[in-house]
Design a protein. Structure first.
Length: 459
C-alpha cells in the first residue's frame, strides 16, 4: 500500500498552489466589497460535500442542489482565518471544517495532523459551518508504521479528538470521519475507540473512503457496522477519483455513478467528493457522474411522490345569486334555483371553486346575514359577537378556502367589495375596481383564495 499523504501531494501539488493563491485573491476582494452572493445550499436529506479546490466553480457546483440534496464544501487548510473559509462564510455557503487530516503535514510542511481545540471551536461558532471533518487519520498512522493498522489506532490523539467532537456535539453539528481500507475495521476492534464512539453517539458519521479499490467493500462493511450498531448514525461515503487513478484508469461518468451508488444502496446520507484537481473541474467525466447521481436522487424521489400522491380533494362551485328586490348578493355551494327564485334570487353563475370538506391548509368561509339590511356577508374570520353588534348573525359554513394570507399556487383571489350606500357586500374573482365603483362598490380586501371558475362559469 502507498503512503496516502505522498500520493495526495504528488497528484495535487500543482493544483494546490494554484487554488490557494486564487482563494486568497478572491477572499480579499470579497471581504473588501462586502458583497455576499445569493446561495441556495439546498435542504434535501442527502449531503454532497465537495473538497474546496475550485473557488471559481462553486456556482457550477450549485447544479448539484435539488429537492433531495444539500451542498457543502470541505476545507483543506487548518487556519480558521483562511480566505477560503472566510469566503464561504461571507457568501453563505455551507461547509465542513477539516480538523484532522493526513494531508496537513504534506501541505503545511509540519508534523501535526490536527488543528487545536480552539481552532475547531472558533469555526464551530460560525453559522454556515455544518460541522467537522476528520480525513484518514488511522491510515496516516498506518502509513507511518508499515501499515500496522492495530498500532495506528493507538497512536491517535484521542483526548484532542474527543474534545473536538464533544464541542461539535454541544453545537448540534456533525463530525464526519473518513477512513479507507482497514481503518474502520481496526477502529471497531479497539476498546478505547469504542468508548469514545459510544460517548459521541450519532454526532459521528462513519464514512468509508474509496481510494483503495480492492478494499472498498471491506471499508464499507466496517464503517456501516459502526454506524448501525455502535453510534446509531448515518453512513457516509468519501467518493474519490483515486479509485480509478490507482488502477491506472481515467474516471468514467458511468463508473463514478456506480461508485457513489455503493453508498446509496447501503443507506449513506453523506457523500464527500474529492480527487485530483483536474478531475474536480466541472464538466469532467468524474463530476458528470456526481451530477448524474444528484439527478438520480431527485428523479427517484419525484417518481415516488407521484406514485403515492393522493388524489386532489374534490371541489364544488360557489354559486352566485342576486335579488334585485333586496339588492343582495347571495353565495352558496348548494344550487337550488327554484327555491331561491321563490325568495327573489336569480342565478348568475359561480365565483370559483371551493372545497366542501376541509383539506389541509384551508379554512372555513363563514356566512352571516343582516336581516335589517338584507345583506349577506362572507368572511374567513369568524367573529359572532363582534358582527352581531352590526346586526349580522351566523348562518352557515359555505365551503372551505385558502385564507387571504395564504395564496396557494393555482388559486385566485376572491375579492370583497362593499357598498356603504345600500349596506351590501359583493364577492368576485374578477377584479374591476373602476367598474364596480360606478355602482357604489369599493374594494375592501382579498377575502380568500379559491380555484378559478370553470369554463362557462357554471352556466
Amino acid at each position: 500500500m502507498k503512503n496516502i499523504a505522498s500520493k495526495l501531494f504528488n497528484s495535487r501539488k500543482r493544483g494546490a498552489l494554484v487554488f490557494v493563491a486564487v482563494f486568497a485573491i478572491l477572499g480579499i476582494a470579497l471581504l473588501l466589497s462586502g458583497h455576499a452572493a445569493i446561495v441556495d445550499n439546498g435542504t434535501g436529506p442527502n449531503t454532497i460535500i465537495v473538497v474546496g479546490q475550485h473557488p471559481e466553480l462553486e456556482g457550477s457546483y450549485q447544479n448539484l442542489v435539488n429537492s433531495q440534496t444539500n451542498l457543502a464544501f470541505r476545507s483543506v487548510q487548518p487556519n480558521p482565518a483562511d480566505p477560503t473559509i472566510n469566503n464561504w462564510e461571507a457568501e453563505g455557503r455551507n461547509y465542513y471544517y477539516t480538523t484532522a487530516s493526513s494531508d496537513f503535514p504534506t501541505f503545511l510542511k509540519g508534523n501535526s495532523i490536527y488543528t487545536t481545540l480552539a481552532q475547531a471551536q472558533t469555526v464551530l461558532a460560525r453559522p454556515h459551518d455544518r460541522g467537522l471533518y476528520m480525513h484518514e487519520v488511522v491510515s496516516y498512522y498506518a502509513s507511518k508504521n508499515n501499515y500496522n493498522w492495530s498500532k495506528a489506532v493507538t497512536q491517535i490523539n484521542w483526548t484532542l479528538l474527543d474534545q473536538q467532537v464533544m464541542a461539535a456535539k454541544a453545537a448540534g453539528k456533525k463530525v464526519i470521519w473518513s477512513e479507507p481500507s482497514y481503518g474502520w475495521q481496526y477502529l471497531n476492534q479497539n476498546l478505547g475507540a469504542g468508548y469514545y464512539f459510544n460517548r459521541w453517539g450519532n454526532t459521528l458519521v462513519p464514512t468509508f473512503a474509496t481510494n483503495y479499490p480492492t478494499q472498498v467493500d471491506a471499508a464499507l462493511a466496517a464503517a456501516k457496522g459502526v454506524a448501525t450498531n455502535v453510534v446509531h448514525s448515518d453512513l457516509g461515503e468519501s467518493v474519490q477519483s483515486w479509485y480509478f487513478r490507482d488502477q491506472n484508469q481515467a474516471p468514467t461518468e458511468s463508473g463514478t455513478l456506480d461508485l457513489i451508488n455503493k453508498g446509496l444502496s447501503n443507506g449513506a446520507k453523506y457523500y464527500q467528493i474529492e480527487g485530483t484537481y483536474d478531475d474536480l473541474s466541472w464538466g469532467t467525466a468524474y463530476m458528470n457522474g456526481v451530477y448524474d447521481f444528484a439527478k438520480q436522487l431527485d428523479a427517484t424521489a419525484t417518481a415516488a411522490a407521484r406514485a403515492v400522491a393522493p388524489a386532489p380533494p374534490p371541489t364544488t362551485p360557489l354559486y352566485s345569486y342576486y335579488s334585485a328586490n333586496n339588492i343582495d348578493h347571495f353565495y352558496t355551494i348548494t344550487r337550488n334555483d327554484a327555491t331561491l327564485a321563490y325568495y327573489g334570487y336569480a342565478y348568475e353563475g359561480c365565483e370559483g371553486l371551493v372545497y366542501p370538506t376541509n383539506p389541509s391548509g384551508t379554512v372555513p368561509l363563514y356566512r352571516y346575514y343582516n336581516s335589517a339590511k338584507t345583506d349577506h356577508f362572507y368572511t374567513v374570520d369568524r367573529n359572532d359577537a363582534g358582527l352581531a353588534t352590526y346586526g349580522y348573525q351566523f348562518e352557515n359554513i359555505e365551503g372551505y378556502v385558502y385564507s387571504y394570507n395564504n395564496p396557494v399556487a393555482g388559486n385566485v383571489p376572491l375579492y370583497r367589495y362593499f357598498n356603504s350606500n345600500i349596506i351590501g357586500h359583493f364577492y368576485t374573482t374578477a377584479r374591476n375596481d373602476a367598474g364596480l365603483a360606478y355602482y357604489g362598490y369599493s374594494l375592501e380586501r382579498i377575502e380568500a383564495y379559491v380555484q378559478p371558475p370553470p369554463a362557462g362559469n357554471c352556466k
